[in-house]
Design a protein around this ligand. Structure first.
Ligand code: SF4
Ligand code: SF4
Length: 438
């Protein structure tokens, strides 16, 4: 009798997805600054005596493998750190040469770099402009809020140097977005931060990154408590809600905030474009300076090392059972509290890195930021539905602004009759005075 197993279609082993993303760190965790909340600086401990400098041969090997592995007509080459500009401009000139050399016919190659901005000069900016780099620059808000934690090795604030880098980017016509950490120091000042980016820093694209910092002395995240510098869950929720209220009344179609784009995408059934809110992980890996490949930028730890691309092809590592398991675990490990959550369709439990809290009934694996996410996704539900409806009708999302303004003029402000101790109508479950009415 034939074994029924002969008829089973086996999934090919180590088949990578048709496209995936690599965050490459050519200078490893090396940085010219010493931001107090940085989770990556301590990763140097993983490479005692390391060079923290990607060699020319590894650069070529990486780009060749990466471009070859993409089964789609576009690829983005993304540089990050540490501080990637420490490699010097010639490294990036060479990377563009190599990418052009290995580019497949008809393939579009895009470049991005995430920098603290302090080492940029006219030459860097001219190069970025010439090759259409999208530059992410880290700014945490106006001077006092930025300088609270973004300091150099002597403990001096870096605001003036960063803003000079931003000015040069703007002067040279380089496309840039602002990446702003949200933490204990700026978390209570959402409007100061957002309006500064919009009105003074000339930003069109903003990403907010919640700082959730655990003990990380040897490059490994430990302990189930967050440091005092971390943003508190409700503070994070309020921050997002307040910025959203400003944005949805004034700036839709003019300013692009990554969290809002992701929420709107979820509302119309599209992929979120932000891994935190995707149901699974696994398609964005991190490459260290020596060719070591890790499951994700937030899991550069020995337990999540997939291998080295000089020994095993990059595509094989991304398609490995270990990486697929890593990606699937995000969904499989969701606690019951998340599975029954009304905003799970948009939140998906958030990043696994931050799932060190327990649910109200004591189940482990809840996201530390849960309360903030619940507040945010509940608060934005109605205007997001309005925007999603507009898009489904083939109209523009920014039409929501006059619609909300007309409602408010007509006295439809839903807050009019709400008592301070009533449950907040945004659905967060908190009292109005502790939520939107704060
Ligand atoms: S682990 Fe977190 S940062 Fe990494 S891919 Fe998943 S959600 Fe994104
Ligand atoms: S809001 Fe909280 S309970 Fe709901 S899916 Fe997100 S982390 Fe889970």
């Amino acid at each position: 009798m034939r074994n029924i197993r002969e008829h089973e279609v086996k999934e090919p082993v180590n088949t990578p997805p048709p496209s995936f993303h690599v965050l490459a760190k050519p200078a490893g965790a090396r940085c010219n600054l010493a931001c107090r909340y940085c989770f990556y600086l301590s990763k140097q401990e993983l490479y005692p005596g390391g060079t923290f400098r990607m060699s020319d041969s590894l650069l070529e090997e990486f780009l060749r493998q990466y471009i070859e592995a993409q089964k789609v007509p576009a690829v983005t080459i993304a540089w990050q750190g540490g501080e990637p500009t420490l490699m010097g401009l010639d490294f990036y000139r060479r990377s563009v040469e190599l990418a052009e050399h290995y580019r497949k016919p008809g393939m579009q190659v895009g470049y991005t770099i995430q920098t603290n901005g302090t080492l940029l000069d006219a030459e860097w900016c001219a190069f970025f402009q010439e090759h259409n780099f999208l530059v992410g620059i880290s700014i945490d808000g106006p001077k006092a809020l930025h300088d609270a934690y973004r300091v150099d090795r002597k403990g001096r604030g870096t605001f003036d140097r960063v803003m000079e880098g931003r000015r040069l980017l703007q002067k040279h016509g380089v496309e840039y977005n602002i990446l702003s950490a949200v933490h204990a120091a700026n978390g209570d000042h959402p409007l100061d931060v957002y309006r500064f980016f919009r009105d003074e820093a000339g930003a069109k694209f903003v990403q907010f990154i919640p700082i959730v910092e655990r003990h990380n002395g040897a490059g490994v995240q430990e302990e189930a408590t967050a440091t005092d510098r971390s943003v508190r869950p409700v503070q994070w929720g309020r921050f997002l809600c307040t910025v959203f209220d400003e944005w949805v009344r004034n700036d839709v179609g003019e300013m692009f905030v990554q969290h809002f784009d992701a929420a709107l995408a979820a509302g119309i059934g599209h992929p979120p474009g932000l891994c935190t809110f995707a149901p699974t992980c696994g398609a964005a890996v991190a490459l260290e300076h020596n060719g070591d490949l890790y499951s994700c930028d937030h899991f550069v730890e020995p337990g999540f090392l997939l291998g080295n691309i000089t020994a095993t092809p990059l595509a094989e590592l991304v398609g490995s059972a270990k990486q697929r398991q890593f990606g699937q675990d995000k969904q499989n490990a969701l606690p019951g509290f998340c599975r029954e959550c009304p905003v799970r369709f948009a939140c998906h439990g958030g990043c696994p890195r931050n799932r060190f809290a327990t649910t109200p009934d004591g189940e482990p694996g809840l996201n530390y930021l849960c309360e903030g996410y619940r507040m945010f996704f509940s608060h934005i539900d109605r205007p997001m539905r309005m925007m999603a409806d507009l898009l489904r009708q083939g109209r523009y999302a920014d039409e929501v602004m006059p619609m909300l303004a007309a409602e408010e003029r007509a006295g439809g402000k839903r807050t009019a009759k709400i008592g301070r101790n009533d449950t907040c109508p945004c659905g967060s479950g908190l009292k109005y005075k502790k939520c939107c009415g704060r």
